[in-house]
Design a protein around this ligand. Structure first.
Ligand SMILES: *Cc1c(COP(=O)(O)O)cnc(C)c1O
Length: 497
């Protein structure tokens, strides 16, 4: 097997083996690790279609994580996908209202972050072990809701790791908060911060950039790391389910080997859709990659004009995991469309830091042909939840509804070919966002608590509650600590004694 080397998007002389890239997360110069070469699919599409999720994951991961021994990769894959998902297929594809919804929310925290965060802790500890890193790996995460819980569930009680999550005390949904404050595990800490998500994020970044603090912690046997979606160890496992979806379409006779499909992804940090782009580069027949935004439509504007501009008002929407103005993973796409030009990529990212905007060249724009983009307003999103429910009885969460609306509009406008099957990434269970979902279906708000709404959603739709939600009823609160935003470093030192 060939070795795959990773390089920084901003400096091609900064390189890392797969294990080092997974352990580091970010390159030393602030760039993101990208593979020097994107491997091709390892076998025919029919052969791939015959594999189980775990088998397929192995075939794909081994191409990208070439320095992991095979037995180790298999072990990591089994620990991640062997029993943490509530359906045997892991990522089922369901046909509703004319589209195919790729359900990525059957993991422990019922959002798609589980697809990668179930495996990342194992990839990290194996890498650390082989590289002779003796320190405990400490994951620090700031979360606006979904990532924190998925990271907690992924790292809880994984030997050799600890995890600490900071969330805005009054800035997450009740279900999200309950999910976090009831998290079990001897190596976890969850802290509410008096501030918003940006305060949490800024605090974590400051800690990461504090070389002296890092050294002090190293001296105590702790290595700080990040489970953020820029880690290649999160990106690569996400490629698997697009190939798996293609296999399911072949197996059910919807397509024949080699037929094209379209893929539409509700996009925030650009990780999920970038994985689909990599699947396409590997040879998966994807005609169009459709990036769907909510009212924070920076990406829509970028694809339309070639100019990325974060200087705008930040909008709070019913799809909070997509409320993002800087989509970090877009840097990897920029690198690829610049013709792997690290200097150019670095320049554009510098402009983003300094001016909050950058513009790509005409040549780069031409390479975005395989992308389409659209956005949904809050009203569009609510209507889409109702449309799909009324047409098919299928219940969408607001993030998925954004993508569903965009896919449907592009088809109606003739901007994508209607004869090509449309696969929509379904990124969260409707139970995680019961309030917004019921609002969409019923057209009016409610004063009930989130947990009451969960019960009502189940009654109304006849869908049974996922265990991830029912077990929150009466669960013991294990983390009730709240701190001012200025107290985060102290909290870290308190946890790592
Ligand atoms: C994180 C998330 C997204 C956005 O995914 P990116 O990889 O950041 O683009 C969409 N929907 C849900 C439910 C999420 O949790």
């Amino acid at each position: 097997m060939n070795t795959l080397i990773y390089q920084s998007t901003r400096n091609t002389s900064i390189k890392a083996d797969p294990s080092a890239a997974v352990l580091k997360g970010l390159a030393e110069d602030g760039g993101l690790f990208v593979p020097e070469e994107i491997p091709e699919l390892p076998m025919t599409l029919s052969a791939l279609a015959g594999l189980s999720y775990e088998e397929l994951a192995f075939q794909i991961l081994r191409l990208f994580l070439t320095d992991y021994p095979e037995s180790e990769l298999k072990e990591c894959i089994h620990l991640a996908y062997g029993q943490n998902f509530d359906v045997p297929g892991i990522a089922p594809l369901v046909k509703k209202a004319g589209s195919f919804y790729l359900e990525l929310f059957h993991g422990r925290t019922i959002a798609f972050k589980d697809m990668a965060l179930s495996i990342l802790p194992h990839l990290m500890t194996r890498a650390a072990g082989r590289m002779g890193a003796k320190e405990e790996i400490v994951i620090l995460t700031a979360t606006s809701g979904d990532t924190g819980k998925a990271a907690l569930a992924g790292f809880a009680d994984v030997p050799g790791t600890r995890i600490m999550v900071f969330y805005p005390k009054d800035g997450v949904s009740e279900v999200q908060k309950l999910q976090m404050v009831t998290q079990k595990g001897g190596n976890v800490e969850v802290v509410g911060v008096e501030g918003n998500f940006d305060d949490c994020q800024a605090g974590v970044k400051q800690i990461f950039h504090d070389a002296k603090l890092k050294e002090t912690l190293m001296g105590k046997g702790f290595r700080l790391s990040s489970a953020n979606s820029i880690n290649i160890g999160r990106l690569v496992p996400q490629i698997v389910y697009y190939i798996y979806a293609y296999g399911q379409l072949m197996a059910s006779g919807e397509i024949r080997e080699g037929d094209e499909i379209n893929v539409c992804v509700p996009t925030g940090n650009f990780g999920n859709i970038l994985a689909a782009f990599y699947a396409r580069q590997m040879g998966l027949p994807i005609k169009k990659l459709i990036s769907a935004s909510n009212e924070n439509k920076v990406l829509y504007d970028f694809f339309r004009t070639g100019s990325y501009d974060r200087n705008r008002k930040f909008v709070l929407t019913s799809s909070p995991s997509m409320d993002i103005l800087v989509s970090s993973n877009l840097e990897r796409l920029i690198f690829h469309i610049s013709g792997e030009d690290a200097e150019k990529t670095g320049e554009l990212m510098q402009s983003l830091t300094n001016k909050g905007r950058y513009e790509i060249t005409e040549d780069m724009r031409k390479k975005l042909d395989c992308f389409e983009a659209g956005f949904a307003t809050e009203e569009d999103t609510q209507k889409e939840i109702r449309r799909v429910y009324e047409e098919s009885g299928y219940v969408l969460d607001p993030h998925t509804a954004v993508a569903s609306f965009v896919a449907d509009s592009l088809l109606k406008e003739g901007r994508v070919d209607g004869s090509v099957p449309m696969v929509i990434a379904s990124t969260a269970s409707p139970y995680k966002f019961a309030r917004a979902v019921l609002y969409g279906i019923e057209g009016e708000g409610s004063k009930e608590s989130d947990m009451e709404l969960v019960g009502r959603l189940s009654e109304k739709t006849g869908l049974s509650e996922p265990e991830a939600v029912s077990k929150l009823r009466g669960a013991e609160i294990l983390h009730d600590k709240t701190i001012p935003a200025s107290g985060m470093e102290e909290a870290v030192l308190g946890f790592l004694r």
